[in-house]
Design a protein around this ligand. Sequence first.
Ligand SMILES: *Cc1c(COP(=O)(O)O)cnc(C)c1O
Length: 223
Amino acid sequence: MSIKQNIENIRNRIKVAAGKAGRDPDSIRLMAVTKTVPVEMIKEAVAAGLADLGESKVQEAMKKSPCLGPGAGIKWHMIGHLQTNKVRQALELFDEIHSVDSLKLAQEIHKRSQEKDRRTPVYIEVNVSGEGTKYGISPGALPELLSQAGALPGLEVKGLMTMAPYSDDSEKARPHFRTLASLARGNGLKELSMGMSGDFEVAIEEGATIIRVGSALFEGFYY
Ligand SMILES: *Cc1c(COP(=O)(O)O)cnc(C)c1O
C-alpha cells in the first residue's frame, strides 16, 4: 500500500466515523505524525494533500522542517513533552503546541511568544486515564491552569489534548475521550486533539476535531 492509498483509506474511515456521529467530516483535521519517518515519506504525504504534521521532539523537527521547505502551507504541531528550556527553539519550528501540561510551560510559551510578537495556539494536555506513565495534568487541576493560562496573551488555549492508554480494543478508549470532551465543553473550549491509529474512529465519534495518526499512515516506515 502506498502512503497515498493509506491516506485515502483513513479519509474514508474518518467519513464513516463522522457519519455515525452525525458530524461533518470536514470538521476533523488529520494530522500526520511523522516521528521517525524519513523526509522522503513525509514529502509523499504532503504531496498527497496532508498539511498538518506532528513531531514529538524539537531536535527531530529541527532536522526535518528545513527539508520540506517554506511556503508549502505546512503546519507543524508539537505533540510531545516540552521542556521549558526548549520553548524558544520550539517556537521557531512549531505553529501549535498540543502538550502544555504546566503553568511554568505556559508562562514560558507566553514570554517567548511575546518576544516574537505572536500568539501561539496551544492545547492543554490532560491525563484523563490517570496512568502514571502519561504526561498531562489531572482533570482536577485543569480549571486553575485554564484560568491562569487564559490570562497570558502570548498564547491562545484552543482546546484539550489527551492520549488514551494503549489497548487492542479501541472501545476501551471511549470513556477517556468522552471525559475529555466533557471537560472541554464545561470550559468553553472547542478543539479536541485526540485519537491515534488504533482509536481515531472512537475519538471522532466522541468529538475529536484533530486526530494524530502515525503508524496507520506510514506503516512499515514507522518506528
Ligand atoms: C506517536 C504519537 C501519535 C501517533 O501514534 P500512532 O498510534 O502511530 O498513530 C499520536 N500522538 C502522540 C502524542 C504520539 O506521540
